[in-house]
Design a protein around this ligand. Structure first.
Ligand SMILES: Nc1ncnc2c1ncn2[C@@H]1O[C@H](COP(=O)(O)OP(=O)(O)OP(=O)(O)O)[C@@H](O)[C@H]1O
Length: 237
C-alpha cells in the first residue's frame, strides 16, 4: 500500500497546553481512515495542523513523500488536500452554486462547470437549491454543501471534521451513505468523528485519540467490537 499522508511523532502545543503528544498515524491511498475521540481529545487540532494552523512543535507531516508541516495552507490546498471543516463554515450569504465555486480556488475554474454537475448528481438536494442562499438551508444540506465544496478542488485526500455534528440520525445516515459513494469512486478519506458507530462502520481503519495521544488502532471492525471502545464511545452496547 502507498502511504498518502503520514503523521510522525507530531507534537502540538498551545502555550503551556500540549494538545498532540507524539501522534503517529498513516492514511494509505484509497483508504477510509477515521480518528475518533471525545470532545477536546485533539482531533480538530490534528486536522488543522495539516494546514499549518497551528504549527506543529515537533515531528513531521508527510504528504506524498514531502514534509508539509512548515508549508502554507495555500500550498497544501493546491496540492490536493481539501477539508470540510467542523461547523461546516459555508459562506452564508452566498448561493449554493457560489459556495461550490469557492471550492475551485486552489485549482482554478477550468473544470468548474463539469465538476458542479458531478456534485449535483452526488447531491440532488443541492441541485434543487442551487440558487438558494446557503444560510437558509438545513444543517444537513449545509453539510452536503461543505463536502461538495471540498470535492470541487478535486482533492487526492478528503479531510472531514465531524460531518455528523448536530444532525438528526436520519440525516447522519444519508451523509454517511454519500461518503460511501464518494469513497467507492476511489477517493481517499480521513474522517474525524465523535460518532464512533457510523465512523467505524464506514472506515477501513481507525485510530482512537485520548488526551492528545493515539491510544488504539485497528480495522474499523476490530475497534467496533473492542470492549474499551464500546464502553467509552458506543454507550457500552
Ligand atoms: N486555540 C487554542 N488555544 C488554546 N488551547 C486550544 C486551542 N484550540 C484547542 N485547544 C485545546 O486543545 C485541546 C484539543 O482541542 P481540539 O479542539 O483539537 O479537540 P477535539 O478533539 O477536536 O474536540 P471537539 O470535538 O470538541 O472539537 C483542548 O484541550 C482544547 O481546549
Amino acid at each position: 500500500m502507498t502511504s498518502l499522508m503520514e503523521f510522525k511523532e507530531v507534537d502540538v502545543h498551545y502555550g503551556p497546553i500540549q494538545a498532540l503528544k507524539k501522534v503517529s498515524l498513516t492514511v494509505n491511498e484509497g483508504e477510509i481512515v477515521t480518528l475518533i475521540g471525545a470532545n477536546g481529545a485533539g482531533k480538530s487540532t490534528l486536522l488543522m495542523s495539516i494546514f499549518g494552523q497551528p504549527r506543529i512543535s515537533s515531528g513531521e507531516i508527510i504528504y506524498r513523500g514531502e514534509d508539509i508541516s512548515q508549508k502554507s495552507a495555500h500550498y497544501v490546498a493546491s496540492n490536493g488536500l481539501a477539508q470540510s471543516p467542523e461547523g461546516r463554515r459555508i459562506f452564508p450569504s452566498m448561493s449554493v452554486e457560489e459556495n461550490l465555486l469557492m471550492g475551485t480556488i486552489p485549482i482554478g475554474m477550468d473544470h468548474a462547470e463539469e465538476d458542479m454537475q458531478r456534485m449535483f448528481e452526488l447531491f440532488p438536494r443541492l441541485l434543487e437549491r442551487r440558487n438558494q442562499r446557503a444560510s437558509t438551508m438545513s444543517g444537513g444540506e449545509q453539510q452536503m454543501l461543505a463536502i461538495g465544496r471540498a470535492l470541487m478542488s478535486r482533492p487526492k485526500l478528503l479531510l472531514l471534521d465531524e460531518p455528523s455534528l448536530g444532525l438528526a440520525p436520519i440525516i447522519v445516515k444519508q451523509i454517511f451513505q454519500i461518503l460511501r459513494d464518494v469513497a467507492s469512486s476511489g477517493m481517499t478519506i480521513f474522517l474525524v468523528e465523535q460518532n464512533a458507530n457510523h465512523a467505524l462502520k464506514l472506515a477501513n481503519r481507525g485510530y482512537v485519540m485520548v488526551n492528545g495521544e493515539i491510544r488504539m488502532t485497528g480495522s474499523g471492525q476490530e475497534l467496533l467490537v473492542n470492549p474499551e471502545v464500546r464502553e467509552a464511545y458506543l454507550g457500552g452496547h
